[in-house]
Design a protein around this ligand. Structure first.
Ligand code: ACO
Length: 400
């Protein structure tokens, strides 16, 4: 019997969004018994971003999504499927993907969330690829978006130093041109289910004054066990995807790993016998943004010129579950296309609708209130060295 023909899939768009407010290691030194030296030497993290009170997982996801659509040269209405990976949805229901669909101005896509923690983006990517390969969609949007700073215990120094907020997205498109084989590997090992978890709020332990008093609506983690799983699995999952693409690890130009801990990434480099310059690292700026980590890193690696047409890249993640996932693919899009996306899509132009007769309680954790109240850091690209006091054009004017 002949095999059904599979539609080719290309990655055509990428984008990311990071909130402006920065939570530094020095800030954390004032909250818990920790030090910049400990955090940098044990994790590589120097700072992370914190979403403002008006921001949500959906709003950050929508900005990253519109940037990815801009990079792909498409309109929001061209998208047939929206898959959003998160462990910090806006609500239990509806899906955050449904809110993003409305916020980006799409009327035709079907939209749903996936939950595979930090591996969620890779799981979403694999799912979207399969829909396109089966001929069920032409353009798919895959988003990883997280607002983790509202689910952290700011008295637990072993978790609150690790995580930050942000979003990344890609567009996958059907292509009539043949593409090189793509290798995808996904794993789930439930014996690690309670190594990283959030105990309360689900059907086993619905939210109540007792669960809140016990702090069970905050992330809990066994760091050492998770570390062991990560170092073992990231390399083996990446290698399995590389093998499925028909390559060996020597063929790989760049690995974009989940940004949890630079020591984990160094162990992966060692395990794969690759130099560290073949692994992309940006966790010093963002910490661990869970499902958003890989698509943020992917967008930054491409925009910074680390990826060329024809490069063989692997993105690989691990997370709660325990889950892991990797995609090995040859890069085909013009890397320069992403460079105008941040200016083309401004966060202030994107709105996520909320019910008119309801408002949330103040979402900001008390421990972060002071940090979120302070003036925003100036954008890195703003050079004030030759500005004359009183000159009218002090403000960065993005080109639209
Ligand atoms: N500052 C200072 N000391 C600390 C801190 C801190 N922030 N956190 C822990 N310590 C202390 C511990 O209490 C311990 O002290 P003790 O020896 O007196 O008991 C000591 O430092 C060593 O603790 P370890 O847990 O052994 O430290 P380790 O080197 O393993 O680093 C870390 C901890 C960074 C959490 C590491 O284990 C790790 O990165 N694990 C993986 C975590 C991860 O990637 N999670 C993401 C999962 S993805 C998802 O799905 C959400």
């Amino acid at each position: 019997m002949s095999q059904p023909t599979q539609q080719s899939v290309k990655l055509t768009g990428w984008g990311r969004y990071a909130p402006s407010q920065v939570l530094s290691n020095a800030d954390l030194e004032r909250m818990v018994d920790t030090s910049d030296e400990w955090i940098v030497s044990r994790t590589g993290i120097r700072e992370r971003r914190v979403a403002a009170a008006h921001e949500t997982t959906a709003s950050m996801g929508a900005v990253a999504a519109l940037r990815a659509i801009h990079t792909a040269g498409l309109q929001p209405e061209d998208i047939d499927i929206i898959i959003l990976a998160t462990l910090t949805p806006d609500y239990w229901m509806p899906s955050t993907a449904a809110l993003v669909k409305e916020a980006i101005g799409n009327t035709k896509a079907f939209a749903f969330d996936v939950m595979a923690a930090c591996s969620g983006f890779v799981y979403g990517y694999a799912t979207a690829s399969a829909y396109i390969q089966a001929g069920l969609a032409k353009h798919a949007l895959v988003i990883g978006a997280e607002l983790l700073t509202r689910f952290l215990d700011y008295t637990d120094r072993s978790t609150c130093i690790l995580f930050g907020d942000g979003a990344g997205a890609v567009v996958l498109s059907a292509s009539d041109e043949p593409v090189s084989p793509v290798g995808i590997e996904l794993t789930t090992e439930p014996q690690g289910a309670y190594m990283i978890w959030l105990p309360a709020g689900g059907s086993k332990s619905p939210p109540s004054p007792e669960t809140i008093a016990r702090g069970e609506h905050k992330i809990r983690m066994e760091g050492r066990e998770t570390y062991r799983f990560a170092t073992r699995t990231l390399a083996s999952t990446a290698l399995a995807a590389v093998g499925k693409a028909g390559w060996t690890q020597d063929d790989v130009d760049l690995i974009i790993p989940h940004q949890a801990n630079v020591r984990i990434i160094e162990a992966v480099a060692k395990g794969l016998d690759l130099p560290m310059d073949k692994l992309y690292v940006n966790l010093d700026k963002y910490g661990n943004t869970s499902a958003a980590s890989v698509p943020i890193a992917l967008a930054e690696a491409v925009n910074e010129g680390r990826v060329d047409v024809g490069d063989r890249i692997v993105f690989v993640a691990f997370g709660a579950g325990f889950t892991s996932g990797a995609v090995a693919m040859e890069w085909t899009a013009d890397p320069a296309r992403g460079r105008t996306a941040d200016d083309a899509v401004r966060p202030e132009d994107v709105t996520v609708r909320a019910p008119i007769d309801w408002d949330s309680v103040d979402p900001i954790p008390p421990a972060l209130a002071e940090i979120l109240a302070r003036p925003l850091p100036l954008p890195a690209e703003l050079d004030l060295s030759d500005v004359v006091p009183g000159e009218p054009e002090l403000v960065h004017q993005p080109t639209r």
